[in-house]
Write a protein that binds this ligand. Structure first.
Ligand SMILES: Nc1ncnc2c1ncn2[C@@H]1O[C@H](COP(=O)(O)OP(=O)(O)OP(=O)(O)O)[C@@H](O)[C@H]1O
Ligand SMILES: O=C(O)C1=C[C@@H](O)[C@@H](O)[C@H](O)C1
Ligand SMILES: [Mg+2]
Length: 183
């Protein structure tokens, strides 16, 4: 896959479920006047059902296969803002595809702050369903290493959606000016 110039490379947001990839991604896309793509939404459209029904009817493996296929397709495009699902980076192939084509921001959130969001996530996130708090903490800890592959990590604790989006846009503009000055 040939790389686009830095200014044209898509922006990919990664991180544990519920950290704000979808919400912040939408805001970043607006600020950069780019198209926004949410991979979970694409998968749900393809199957015409929510993720939890895909997991229940077809199994996680089918969901993960669709996730990989869609990300491979999307990462060939330029000038997008893409939010991945929280488990996408479990697949090394997805990590490689994204790292080789796009600028990756890892949105991080402490366990203490993440706990405050459980109520918002429980109903729609199949991997949380039926889990105790201890099991969810374990999942959070187990998943942390998969997000190590990124270009920039952002600690989102105590930062509003707008603030994080502004930070991403500002840091991109700085990087573009340093590595690809226009004059
Ligand atoms: N910085 C923030 N401050 C407060 N609430 C936030 C913040 N970011 C996201 N939220 C809220 O947390 C919830 C989960 O956010 P969102 O759906 O964007 O997470 P996600 O990372 O896309 O999750 P998933 O991996 O499951 O797709 C939403 O209700 C959103 O409004
Ligand atoms: O963390 C995960 O494994 C998931 C997160 C969501 O974004 C969805 O991709 C799906 O619910 C699985
Ligand atoms: Mg999301």
């Amino acid at each position: 896959m040939g790389k686009f110039p830095l200014r044209e490379q898509s922006i990919v947001l990664i991180g544990f479920m519920g950290v704000g990839k979808t919400t912040i991604g939408k805001t970043v896309a607006k600020k950069l006047f780019r198209d926004f793509i949410d991979i979970d939404e694409k998968i749900e459209k393809r199957f015409e059902m929510p993720a939890k029904d895909i997991f229940r009817l077809y199994g996680e493996e089918t969901f993960r296969k669709a996730e990989k296929d869609i990300i491979s397709e999307i990462c060939q495009q330029r000038l997008k803002v893409v939010s991945l699902g929280g488990g996408a980076f479990l697949q090394k192939e997805i990590q490689d595809i994204c790292l080789n084509s796009s600028i990756i921001f890892y949105l991080d959130l402490s366990w203490e702050r993440w706990k405050d969001r459980i109520e918002l996530l429980m109903e729609s996130r199949p991997v949380l369903q039926g889990k105790t708090m201890k099991e969810m903490k374990q999942l959070y800890e187990d998943r942390r290493p998969i997000y190590e592959q990124h270009h920039s990590r952002i600690d989102t604790d105590y930062h509003e959606i707008e603030e994080v989006a502004d930070y991403i846009v500002e840091s991109l503009k700085l990087a573009w000016d340093i590595y690809e000055p226009t004059s």
